[in-house]
Design a binder for this molecule. Structure first.
Ligand code: AMP
Ligand code: GLY
Length: 428
């Protein structure tokens, strides 16, 4: 079948590689893609928020499956548009409709869902401009640090973790006054969870699910998890502390009630669900849901998938995921991200990249790259590219991945040298 993949990052490059390898894939289009996805399919210049244009492309190119990478088109209703348009309703869309996508699109909706289904998460209350003073009183009942979350999508910037009560009260007032635009017209105030974070992913057809390998990402720009938040500076899969016992707790206490909750509430959901978790002394708590795969977690999770992903997607769309099982490479994957100097602040684009020398069992995934008219590879974003190595152990995977990235150069590139080091310390 012809398949359209929506997105342009390293996540989409990693997904594109697996789709292109599938026996079911005749032709893969990526909208808009990057210089890496152009090596495994055809990039197309389509705006995924223009649903009419996406629909026309799908009909004109006889596309039978649309796989959605990022959350924005899902929250805006791309899957609903396909379901509700007669000439498109036969197309298999991997990604939830708007109601399911609210699990990421509204923190308050997600928290209320977790409460209804007794899914462990931080205690919380939601406030609006009318209830600001109640919010400030609620803050007084909590211990520092204080966690404030804009209800809506705020480009990954809507969560504030604040050390003092006065500052938290002040920030709550500013958020409700439009600090993050309409995204913070409501604000979730919640208890701080202390522990180690990890990312768990499922693929679900709305009734059944498959658990994908766990992963850990590294969000801060600086080594030792310091400095500004980024889209992600690297990832590792699997997570050593996410052993069988811990993952059984995750499945029983979180995954099963989540999927059951979606089914019981008749919320159609066909796609990936990313559960951001905190491991608090061996017990998992949900920090957030995302209705897509993580980036850069996908760049370490997908290379480990041995199953035919398009086959899994067909069963997802048809509601028969119970007939599938997942085969996973037992090796560890380590992904190291290379970014433009200055990121996540301002940075240059259009710098020529020297990709260095290929190495066995190391894949390069492009994030922000493009080619000029002469075919020269150029930087085209903050996160530029990453290298994922597969090896029998985490230290070996990290070594291979770092060896590979050290052969890649462009002007003023930057990377963190401590990806995975926290996990190695924990394992000692
Ligand atoms: P979110 O956008 O919900 O993923 O939040 C961004 C980051 O803030 C998370 O990845 C966590 O590191 C942190 N965070 C969010 N909620 C909490 C919480 N209740 N306790 C501690 N850290 C949190
Ligand atoms: N790596 C975190 C995210 O994709 O949101």
């Amino acid at each position: 079948m012809n398949i359209l993949l929506i997105g342009s990052g390293g996540r989409e490059h990693a997904i594109a590689v697996k789709i292109a390898h599938s026996a079911h894939c005749s032709k893969l289009y990526i909208a808009p893609g990057n210089a890496g996805t152009a090596n495994v399919g055809e990039n197309v210049d389509l705006d995924s928020m223009d649903f009419e244009a996406v629909g026309r492309f799908v009909i004109d190119h006889r596309v039978e499956m649309v796989v959605v990478g990022p959350e924005a088109p899902l929250v805006a209703g791309l899957a609903d548009h396909f379901a509700e348009t007669p000439v498109l309703s036969h197309v298999k869309v991997i990604g939830p409709q708007r109601q399911g996508a609210m699990l990421e699109g509204s923190k308050d909706y997600a928290k209320a869902f977790m409460m209804r289904h007794k899914i462990p998460t931080a205690q919380y209350r939601t406030f609006t401009p009318d209830t600001l003073s109640d919010g400030q009183t609620f803050l007084e009942s909590l211990q520092p640090p204080y966690v404030l979350k804009a209800d809506g999508l705020a480009a990954g910037k809507g969560v504030l973790i604040i050390d003092t009560l006065d500052e938290a009260k002040q920030q709550l007032a500013e958020m409700l006054d439009g600090k993050f635009g309409s995204a913070s017209a409501s604000v979730v105030v919640e208890e701080y969870l202390s522990g180690i974070e990890l990312s768990v992913f499922i693929l679900t057809d709305g009734s059944h699910y498959l658990m994908l390998p766990s992963a850990k990402d590294y969000k801060r720009i600086g080594e030792g998890d310091t400095g500004l938040n980024t889209g992600g500076m690297g990832s590792v899969s699997p997570v050593p502390f996410a052993d069988k016992e811990f993952m059984k707790k995750v499945e029983d206490r979180i995954v099963k009630p989540t999927v059951r909750g979606l089914r019981d509430e008749k919320i159609p959901y066909k796609g990936f669900l990313f559960i951001g978790l905190m491991n608090c002394n061996g017990d998992p708590y949900v920090i957030e849901y995302n209705v897509r795969m993580g980036d850069p977690e996908t760049e370490s999770v997908f290379p480990r998938l041995k199953s035919d992903v398009v086959d899994l997607f067909v069963h997802t769309a048809e509601g028969s995921l119970d007939q599938c099982s997942l085969t996973v490479d037992s090796r560890t994957a380590a992904c190291v991200m290379m970014v433009a100097g200055g990121y996540p602040g301002s940075y240059a684009k259009g710098l020529p990249i020297d990709l260095g020398t290929d190495a066995d069992d190391v894949q390069i995934f492009h994030c922000g790259t493009r080619r000029d008219a002469d075919g020269q590879l150029l930087t085209n974003g903050g996160r530029v590219l990453c290298a994922t190595a597969l090896a029998p152990s985490l230290p070996e995977a990290l070594l291979k991945s770092y060896n590979r990235v050290h052969s890649i150069v462009w002007d003023n590139c930057y990377l963190r040298r401590d990806i995975g080091q926290d996990l190695l310390k924990l394992m000692q």
